[in-house]
Design a protein around this ligand. Structure first.
Ligand code: FPP
Length: 253
């Protein structure tokens, strides 16, 4: 197993995003209901968040519930929502103790009232924390996010506050839910699936992708460290050549 000590702390990604997948299969392998997998997924969330905070990561975004997940059986949705409320309530003290700030992205108005209330309470309570920002993507999808940004910009144009010819990357990003966060440098997906599932599609234009066969309930901080170490061995070129990248490193160092 990869040790934390092997990670170069001076080259940590600022933002890691995770598609937590495989809860259902994990439960099925054990002859259990899918909800059993989600409950065990919470243990993975706790350990990963602790590991991220311990390393000094700035942002960790977890895909906890997608817009498409509303199509799941009602019993599973209800169980997931109850689990969210219970977990956020139970973990608020741990977030405070570890200086973690909780944030959320997504169509939060569609969440059940008890989830929205608990979420806002914990977001408010942790708002002054300065360590890790833990971002929960809830009722989130990229296509929803991009369409709501387009609608908001169109309204500003109608009201004469923006001119269409002035719209650029910077203005567009101000209308995304992630407006205050850096783009993720690393995206992890568990469970051996090679898909992006409508997650942060705008923001991951130059993100390094890391896929692991580990099912989410088995994921622990060591798996996170392993992904970071893999990321640190990659060369990020942003459309430029290897030579250009090493020149700019030399100029800036
Ligand atoms: C994907 O596995 C997982 C989810 C849709 C839910 C993730 C939720 C948790 C880990 C619990 C609560 C989280 C927080 C942040 C408190 P899947 O059900 O699609 O698994 P499968 O692909 O094996 O069916």
């Amino acid at each position: 197993m990869i040790q934390k000590e092997n990670i170069d702390k001076t080259r940590l990604p600022k933002h890691i995003a995770i598609i937590m997948d495989g809860n259902g299969r994990w439960a099925k392998k054990r002859g259990n209901q899918r909800v059993f997998g989600h409950k065990n997924g919470v243990k993975a969330v706790r350990d990963t968040v602790e590991g991220a905070a311990e390393l000094g990561l700035k942002y960790l975004t977890l895909y906890a519930f997608s817009t498409e997940n509303w199509k799941r059986p009602r019993t599973e949705i209800d169980a997931l929502m109850s689990l969210l409320v219970a977990t956020i309530h139970k973990e608020t003290k741990t977030l405070m103790d570890n200086d973690v700030r909780l944030l959320a992205i997504g169509d939060l108005e569609t969440l059940p009232k008890n989830v929205a209330t608990q979420l806002s309470k914990t977001i408010e309570l942790t708002s002054q924390n300065k360590g890790l920002s833990l971002v929960l993507a809830l009722s989130y999808s990229s296509r929803w996010e991009i369409i709501q940004a387009v609608k908001a910009i169109a309204l500003k144009i109608e009201q004469g506050e923006i001119q269409a010819k002035n719209i650029d990357k910077c203005i567009f990003e101000q209308y995304l839910n992630t407006q205050n966060f850096p783009d993720p440098e690393l995206l992890i997906r568990t469970s051996g699936e090679y898909r992006l599932s409508n997650f942060l599609l705008w923001q991951i234009a130059y993100t390094e992708l890391y896929f692991t066969n580990t099912l989410w309930p088995d994921f622990r901080r060591e798996h996170l460290f392993e992904a970071i170490l893999d990321y640190q061995c990659r060369e990020r070129r942003f459309g430029q050549t290897s030579e250009q990248m090493s020149e700019s490193i030399n100029v800036n160092s």
